[in-house]
Design a binder for this molecule. Sequence first.
Ligand SMILES: [Ca+2]
Ligand SMILES: [Ca+2]
Length: 194
Amino acid sequence: MPSARRAAVIVASLSMALVGTTATAQATPKAKAGSHCAADLSTHKTTCYDSFRDVIAAATGGRVTDAPATPQQAAKDKKFLAELNAPAVSPAHARTAVAQNKVVGGILYEDWNYGGGSLTLTVPAACKDDGQWDWGYNSLDDWNDSVSSLIPANNCYIALYSDIYYNGTQQQYNGSTPYVGDAMNDRASSIKLL
Ligand SMILES: [Ca+2]
Ligand SMILES: [Ca+2]
């Protein structure tokens, strides 16, 4: 085999190996059953943590470090929900939260009644009452077709869409929702906060 051709073959196998590696790396973030992650809706970056408490600490810029251990407990804990909804309680903390772009806009859950994995949505600021949508996530990626319950926070309503890029059927939720309903269960592919 001429050396140029041999080199081409080697390059080809190397790039195939690289393609394989990249595909594996891209598949990593998320939706293993029971995982707890935070999605930043301004950067569309999703980060997963060891526990729900760690997610909330990160998602609130370190303001709420004592979240209940499981998202099911958290969903029924009025003190925790109040903390989640009050980023401006302490001016010092509010400054930190704003500086780090961390306000929780809501939490999506894999199972009904706030069970299974959770995806905490962080946004740069609380939602405004202006009839416009504030933040969106045009493709839920690893969380596609899995959302079964949710909790909106910080003045946001959550709209679920059955298709990506805010297409398909749409349903809006204005408060804690232990079951999104038969029409939207395991169907959401994109979301808006408004
Ligand atoms: Ca589900
Ligand atoms: Ca869908």
